[in-house]
Write a protein that binds this ligand. Sequence first.
Ligand code: WTA
Length: 659
Amino acid sequence: MSYPYQITSLAQYHVDYRKSIEDPEGFWAAVADNFLWRKKWNRVLDWNFSEPKVEWFAGAKLNITENCIDRHLATMADKPAIIWEPNNPEERVRTVTYARLHKRVCQFAQVLKNNGVKKGDRVCIYMGMVPELAYAVLGCARIGAIHSVIFGGFSAQSIADRLEDANVEFIVTCDGAYRGGKDIPLKSIIDDALIGNKTVKRVIVYTRTRTPVSMIKGRDVWWEDEMDIAEEQVEKNGSISFPAEEMDAEDPLFILYTSGSTGKPKGVVHSSAGYMVWTNYTFVNVFQYKPGDVFFCTADIGWITGHSYIVYGPLSAGATSLMFEGIPTWPDAGRFWDIVDKHKVNTLYTAPTAIRSLMSYGLDPLKGKDLSSLTVLGTVGEPINEEAWHWYDENIGKQKCPIVDTWWQTETGGIMMSNIAGITPSKPGWATLPLPGVQPVLLDEKGNIIEGSDFAAECLKASPPVGGGGLEGAGNLCIKAPWPAIIRTTWGDHERCRTNYFATYPNLYFTGDGALKDAAGNYRITGRVDDVLNVSGHRIGTAEVENAINIHAGVVESAVVGYPHEVKGQGIYAYVIYNGHHGDEDMRRQDILQTVTRVIGAIARPDKIQFVTGLPKTRSGKIMRRILRKIAEGEMQNLGDTSTLLDPGVVEEIKQGKL
Ligand code: WTA
């Protein structure tokens, strides 16, 4: 496969960026021409941010799995699509060729059909990182069902909420999942989630750990049995086929729940065509993928990074995607380096939190590991500190591999800002330049665009056409115009999508992030400016954690803030007013942690819980988080204006009791 839209020089980046601003429709039509369409579009782009309504390639018909699989079969049937590295290094590696992937996805699509799944139905997928998870995702896409993958770390209660929100009738899960030294009983968690549920009709269970599971007659079926039946149905005259459903460009492809600053997680909805074009375009460009390269994204498919850069981006580009079941530190902290060595990985794409965690083990785990196959390194999910950046550069990339710092979000579908490996310059800690099609601007506190922060405008002004320029500044990061994979709606509640992303600043998409811009046009993401935490690269809303803590019987009220954490990036600090009489402080902490684990999942457990008798509030009753954040950060002196506090005394007490 070749990629005519691959940017191969700095000059071309500038030209392409400019083209994408001056003539977005022409630019994206030319990129989209390289995909497989049942029918081409009537119109490339139609949009307004006030509803919001965004349509890319309206009128086009396609199926994303034909782009990810079928179109590669003529030339790449025997090429590995997925290389699967199991949790236990002693276990056999599985290599799934494009031909095998085709067969399995067709089979699983047939399984879904046999079990009554139709186009538009929602299918919840709660599985470990096994190839069958990819088959399940793609099987849904093949019949036009909307997948909603839930990360294996979420609790039964979280799953139940998501099942209800999307009215889910079908679930695909595993008996259990291996993660390092642990077996996670996925099916049993699903069973708990289904207590009282009235909509789920079928649960398909793949056997991974052979943990005992309860199988309910009429509801639960085994993956293996269903696949056997389907195999005969899709096999005709020695070849395999299951006709892909013809989808409209704007038909939803999937829902992925993510945390915001208020309420329960919302279901971010992505479309078929725009998402496909964007994940492919960004994959091929940012990482400078070359046919034959082995691409290793260490994310879990339960997060957007796994959706876009393990499954859809790489496979639509005919790439070889390495999928890893385990964790970076088990059986030891050399696990990633063993995998790179063993599979001759060319690109490693991981999170700063993983890098910092591996750094803490020193250089011993690297001894004897041949990392010479690596050509490109990447990071995602949170700002990378310079120390981690340099460690990655020196010890992993041996100062020969460009590091791409990719900034994006669940809502953006794919990478928005990043240096392009080896093409545009890197700057440690900076996501650098927007990709073609992305028009960032920075807003000040009053909601005005900061002079010189509008990248696209600066780019158009410049002659010769070089991007960037403009003044330096800091502000809230917004995007001025739609790119193909922009969020389309939040499931079941379009108004929520509008208020969350398009209402803060009229006619702009608001990211929730703060950013700096330098005079060369580079952007540095400084972190969330809303009440969303980023813990080990996972998004968690403070309100969500507070709600979970408040469910605990002895808790009167709580306030949750983030604080800098050496490995996780941010840790969770909870201030809790407790009024029970049960156990000592330590016991109460354990109980609260258990409650949070039940309500959200272990990923949301606070790192610190401080018991207080009051919280700093304004006269109107609003918690002054700014003060709590400062104290959690260890900043005791400059707490800012405290004159509006109802009871300044509580601040003193909180300072004294800081953990
Ligand atoms: C943060 C993950 C700094 C940011 C793909 C964003 C980053 C949130 C970077 C989205 C980066 C992601 N530098 N911060 N390179 N990448 N973020 O939805 O705060 O899980 O808003 O998507 O992660 O997290 P999400």
